[in-house]
Design a binder for this molecule. Structure first.
Ligand SMILES: [Zn+2]
Length: 119
């Protein structure tokens, strides 16, 4: 009888641990998806956060299929294209809005085009 009790305790403990680990993984994946969606300049990372949170693995797979490509290569092309023209412009650092890609003075706090806060 005591042995059986221990068995049940073990099973409950294992089930609890499995659920706990699943929740931790889910949270890590959600955070990763949110950061990834932000990095890819996607319009609504919060919606994708909800999709992965509610859809679990399926939501994560859907996100991986439909997510936008990384914007880095596109921005590099734009930067190299604009560099020769900026010689006769006043010498301030040119940055690009992480949200909409607009060309901005590095001294500004907010993007003039979309209102995104510049870090
Ligand atoms: Zn912007």
């Amino acid at each position: 009888m005591i042995f059986q009790m221990d068995m049940y305790m073990m099973i409950y403990l294992i089930i609890f641990l499995v659920i706990f680990i699943c929740c931790c993984c889910n949270i890590i994946i959600c955070v990763w998806v949110y950061k990834d969606a932000e990095k890819r300049n996607m319009n609504d990372p919060a919606i994708w956060l909800a999709v992965v949170l509610l859809g679990g693995c399926v939501g994560c797979i859907v996100y991986l299929i439909v997510r936008d490509p990384l914007p880095s290569s596109n921005q590099d092309q734009e930067t190299s294209y604009h560099t020769p023209q900026s010689n006769d412009e006043p010498s301030f650092d040119i940055i690009y809005c992480p949200s909409c890609g607009a060309k901005l003075d590095s001294s500004v706090k907010f993007c003039g085009k979309c209102g995104n806060e510049i870090e």
